[in-house]
Ligand binder design. Sequence first.
Ligand code: NAP
Length: 546
Amino acid sequence: MSLAASDQVAGAPRPRFDHDAIVIGAGMSGLYQLIRLRELGLGAVVFEAGTGVGGTWYWNRYPGARFDSESYSYGYSFDPELLQEWSWSEHFAPQPETLRYLNRVADKYDLRRDIRFRSRVAAAQYDEVARGWTVTLEDGSHHACRFLITAIGVLSAPTWPRIEGIGSFRGQSWHTARWPREPVDFAGKRVAVIGTGATGVQTIQEVAKTAGHLTVFQRTPNWCAPLHNRPITEEEQRRIKASYPEIFRRCQETFSCFLHTPDPRGTFEVTPEEREAFWERLYASPGFGIWVGNFRDMLTDRAANREISEFIARKIRQRVKDPAVAEKLIPKCHGFGTKRVPLETNYYEVYNQPNVLLVDCRETPIERITPTGIRTSEAEHEFDIIIYATGFDALTGAFDRIDIRGRDGLALKEKWAGGARTLAGMLVDGFPNMFMLLGPHTALGNIPRSIEYNVDWVTALLRHMREHHLTFAEARPEAVAAWMAHVMACAEGLLTFEVDSWMTGVNRNVEGKQTRTIARYAGSAPAYRAWCDAVAAEGYRALTLA
Ligand code: NAP
């Protein structure tokens, strides 16, 4: 029986909902939430802007897109059968494979029958009388539900650079997060890439393989480290499949749900030789170890951070032949790991190729996009293709793009104007019956692990509400204040928060996002889960339930 049909408030007219729950987004969170809602017996629909499932992995089909976390730590953990059925081909799987995987999940659970594709949500309005939400799609249709669940991702609102003339270019141009389905042939073409974040790095190293000429426009260099990807052998495949319980147990225990976790030693508690040997080992190892498995004080102690930054700078100097180019590629304004570390495969060697040019936008800023290319303060560059790897309006951007209005018509965008305030990234006071999966201030890291936890937490709350015949859930302001105090405390002393990046809520291409905020929860995933588990264990006293 559906919740909407069974939970009528005594004496009140039966609210007429089209669905018990509406989920926005058919990415990893939306798919898993739909499975759990069905298990609860709730009638749910998922509205998805794209034409297929996959979210991040549907949209980000740019050349070279792949996992930066180990494939076998990334998939869903909730279905042991699926874990045995699916074989990842590489330690860090490429995007087409991940998209195939998510389609396989959608097939297995017959999810598409409850997903409306090409359905972009434009607005959502809370209805105080009905205790539910009316969701409006871009086509103007309205859909009423008791519960609104946002599954819109952390990095899903792409941002184009604010450069004059951007619409005037006569060649081909794409944002990496809006990449076409048809393969793009770079052979013999003059290609530009703007942006050198994790996306730009993956794109550049791939495009450089075939482009006639590649020009990279770099505003801020990033500290990158080797991915060390390779195929998974049959023997490894057997071992991985036999050890899934251990793999996921490990992910639950580590700081950010990766297989790697900080080394308990301080940088200066070991001899210089031991330090160097440890870093050499990390640099030669696959994945994020060098970022999240490094000495525990790497992101809190300035001298420690300087040491590791110098180690990585030495690596860049060794790998890039032209010393002047190497210096341009070495960050000077932020230390190693204070931003998300892009993982790379021969990225630095790309700059040794005769067909690749690095343009430093700090020395020679881009002035405008012209019909034939890009004009900097120094030169006119002609291109056939311009690739914008210019990132996202992260964390809150996807929320801002929907006109979400809670009690008294209050707009979420307005409420969050001075920075997002949430209860554990999942609820907002003033926005009853709205639950966010991966909202601001959830523990991020190995994202699917956060997704599964958030979905299970929301599902448990819905189960609790059904068992107690409740139709209203709203975060209490004092609980939000307590959570935000915890978020602030976790951020204290972290070098990460002294740097402009999407993790500190800065995007110079978005109005109103020029100043740093504590946009991201910086505590550990186990601490995050402990906090949320306590809310549930205390009978959800942090929420007003009715
Ligand atoms: P990003 O890290 O925000 O990088 C955007 C890049 O565009 C920066 O280099 C930025 O320079 C540049 N840019 C923006 N506007 C510009 C302008 N007007 N002129 C010149 N340059 C401009 O975005 P991203 O690379 O898409 O990565 C975002 C996040 O997505 C990553 O941190 C990661 O969490 C995730 N991601 C994950 C994977 C994976 O797991 N495999 C892969 C890719 C991305 P400034 O730094 O100077 O602003």
